[in-house]
Design a protein around this ligand. Structure first.
Ligand SMILES: NC(=O)c1ccc[n+]([C@@H]2O[C@H](COP(=O)([O-])OP(=O)(O)OC[C@H]3O[C@@H](n4cnc5c(N)ncnc54)[C@H](O)[C@@H]3O)[C@@H](O)[C@H]2O)c1
Length: 323
């Protein structure tokens, strides 16, 4: 199979590329390296079936050429991360909406199976737990930039479903919940790599808000497995799927877990959201995926315990011992 991954030098994209190469597929990736890094691709860079292009996903000519070559397209390129979104809302909206528009337009021309990466953020301030795919979406005011990310991804979903309905384009929408594992960077506000870096350095571990907010964390390898299975499942076409682990942990408990497993030298401190995000930030107390739909479709869902995920991240981020 020939696979095209936009955002393939990113966290999820690089794991997906590696998995596709291991399965014997031919892989092309396109990435502008804005939040991704070429080093993420070190394990596959020299492989004869791996090809990469540095460029923008809004470049119609380039995207069209790469989509034409592929049997399946995974569109992961996006402006990602709470910090980036609050700091650069224009860039977020334009990259996420325009990028999907360009990919879907090219895919529709040749009926290419196309995965659109969406997010649990689209459930917004929903309080009916767990979040199921048919639930209503509840966004905050447009004056709060953090909702620009959720809305841009919701538009991507609508556009993909519109292509499917009107043109028969085979699209699959995956709403990723917090996906974590080695290679994720803490630079853009992601919680596990941030806490692990702080713990390994013996610095204070900074929890925003009360820390009572709870989250679910899915291991990236299991998210990639879900994508590979969905790609083989014709009944997935035209559907929206939650992809995530449904076990919850509070951010305080996560901070304590990481403190212990990184040697116990750090102190856990709490900071107000306004210290990190002056623009007015709203965070959700809980966010749990309903995973019944994906489990029924592919007989699989991410289940790795957060303790094991944290250990893998610590191992990947630990400085190498001198020989
Ligand atoms: N990691 C998560 O927890 C999570 C949760 C929900 C949704 N998602 C979605 O999954 C996808 C992948 O996220 P990730 O966590 O791997 O983030 P990431 O930032 O590591 O990956 C995104 C990649 O897209 C690239 N990119 C950004 N703008 C681009 C552009 N204009 N042209 C070409 N490439 C561009 C970046 O350089 C990066 O390599 C994104 O669409 C994101 O919205 C991720």
């Amino acid at each position: 199979m020939k696979v095209f991954i936009t955002g393939g030098a990113g966290f999820i994209g690089s794991h997906l590329a590696e998995r596709c190469i291991a399965d014997g597929h031919e892989v092309w990736i396109l990435d502008d390296l804005s939040t991704g890094a070429i080093e993420n691709l070190d394990p596959v860079l020299e492989h004869p079936k791996f090809h990469h292009r540095i460029g923008d996903v809004t470049n119609e000519e380039l995207v069209s050429e790469l989509v034409d070559r592929a049997d399946v397209v995974f569109h992961l390129a996006a402006a990602v991360g709470v910090k980036l979104i609050v700091e650069r809302p224009t860039h977020t909206i334009e990259t996420n909406v325009r990028g999907s528009e360009v990919v879907l337009k090219a895919a529709a021309k040749k009926d290419k199976l196309t995965f659109i990466a969406s997010t649990s953020e689209v459930y917004g301030k929903g309080v009916k737990l767990p979040f199921a795919e048919e639930d209503d979406l509840l966004f905050g005011a447009t004056t709060k930039s953090r909702w620009a990310y959720a809305c841009s991804k919701a538009i991507d979903e609508w556009l993909a479903l519109a292509y499917h309905r009107e043109r028969g384009t085979p699209v699959v929408i995956t709403r990723f919940f917090n996906t974590v594992g080695p290679r994720q960077t803490g630079r853009y506000g992601m919680v596990i790599p941030t806490f692990v870096r702080q713990g390994l350095a013996g610095e204070d571990i900074t929890v925003y808000g009360s820390g009572d907010q709870r989250r679910c964390f899915g291991y990236v390898g299991e998210v990639v497995e879900s994508l590979m299975r969905l790609a083989k499942q014709p009944a997935a076409v035209g559907q929206v799927f939650n992809v995530g682990n449904d076990r919850e942990i509070s951010i305080n408990a996560l901070a304590e877990l990481i403190r212990e497993r990184t040697g116990g030298r750090s102190k856990i401190i709490h900071m107000g959201y306004e210290d990190a995000y002056p623009d007015g930030f709203e965070d959700m107390e809980r966010r749990i995926p309903c995973v019944e739909k994906i489990e029924a479709a592919i007989g699989y869902r991410p289940t790795m315990p957060v303790e094991d995920i944290v250990d893998r991240v610590i191992e990947a981020m630990s400085p190498e011992e001198d020989a």
